[in-house]
Design a binder for this molecule. Structure first.
Ligand code: PDD
Length: 297
């Protein structure tokens, strides 16, 4: 497997970052994960816009990177060399402030950001999706800028591990009595016939899949409210589902001890997954039929 590191393509095992990289010592960096189908990146521009805003918030100067042509060229080379042009994959990109002696404040003068990318094969969890997954609730112990996709993911790592140990798919983070999101996906619930999801503010990542799913719901005439909900509201929810790049739309049939709806994947999650899948599959079509498929969704 190949890696891209600071302008070079090299075997992944040989790709090394100096120990004084600020990503390594401070978690001083941001990342993005794209879904790839048939060698093409899903929602290139939206992920790049989020990357650009994260870099601006952290004041990491890497303007060249936020360029779709440059990004696509890096991804194309990795996907081609790793034999990932057919089927499903993910493309990971990470940017740190760079290498400098360890002082908390930004290093004086201009240092080059570290830029790392890799592609990996991906298999969607379709069997679990058909059965429906479970989640546990846990306090949201993260910082107050969850809108920035930083590489500091310790609460997410600990949360996902707690879920794994409880035999659940993921955690629902709860802050000040409301459900924010999961360790690596956004969460939506159908309450009184309306899809509700936490509004985009500093407490959640503005998920690309969340945005696509809300657009799809809107096109289907399903009512949507960007309004948060509490764990206690889940007893009135007919459906709960997650949305994320590596999660797609995933129905949740139990949260802690509470069975959601009739304990089976519901019709809204099922329909939204089907529509999302159509958009993903359109990536693998030749350009002219892709435009037609997307227009018909
Ligand atoms: N995670 N919320 C959090 C905390 C996330 O880390 C992610 C994505 C999402 C969903 O965002 P999107 O739809 O843009 O993928 C929500 C990626 C996939 C990861 O960390 O691997």
């Amino acid at each position: 497997m190949l890696a891209y590191l600071n302008g070079q393509f090299l075997p992944r095992a040989a790709a090394a970052v100096p120990v004084e990289d600020r990503g390594f010592v401070f978690g001083d960096g941001v990342y993005e994960v794209w879904r790839v189908v048939g060698g093409r990146l899903f929602e290139t521009e939206r992920h790049l816009a989020r990357l650009g805003s994260g870099l601006r918030e952290l004041r990491i100067p890497a303007p060249d990177l936020v360029d779709p042509d440059r990004l696509t060229a890096i991804a194309d080379r990795l996907l081609t060399d790793d034999g990932l042009l057919d089927g499903e994959a993910t493309f990971y990109l990470e940017v740190t402030r760079g290498v400098a002696p360890r002082t908390h404040a930004f290093p004086p003068g201009r240092i080059s950001p570290t830029i790392f990318a890799m592609a990996n094969g991906f298999k969607p969890a379709d069997e679990l999706r058909r059965a429906g997954a479970t989640c546990i609730t846990t306090p949201d112990i993260r910082w107050l800028r969850c809108d920035i996709k930083t590489i500091q993911l310790l609460p997410n790592v600990l949360g996902k591990q707690a879920a794994a140990e409880a035999g659940a798919l993921d955690v629902l983070f709860v802050r000040d009595g409301v459900i924010t999101e999961t360790s690596h996906a956004n969460v939506l619930a159908v309450i009184d016939g309306v899809i509700r999801t936490h509004p985009t503010n500093n407490l959640i990542l503005p998920g690309i899949t969340r945005a696509v799913v809300l657009e799809l719901a809107h096109d289907l005439g399903i009512r949507v409210a960007e309004a948060s909900f509490a764990p206690s509201d889940l007893s009135r929810a007919s459906e709960v589902f997650l949305a994320g790049t590596t999660t797609d739309v995933m129905p949740i049939i139990r949260v802690d001890d509470l069975v959601i709806g009739d304990g089976k994947p519901g019709p809204i999650a099922t329909t939204l997954f089907r529509e999302l899948r159509t958009r993903l599959d359109a990536l693998a079509l030749p350009r002219h039929s892709r435009a037609a498929a997307t227009a018909s969704t």
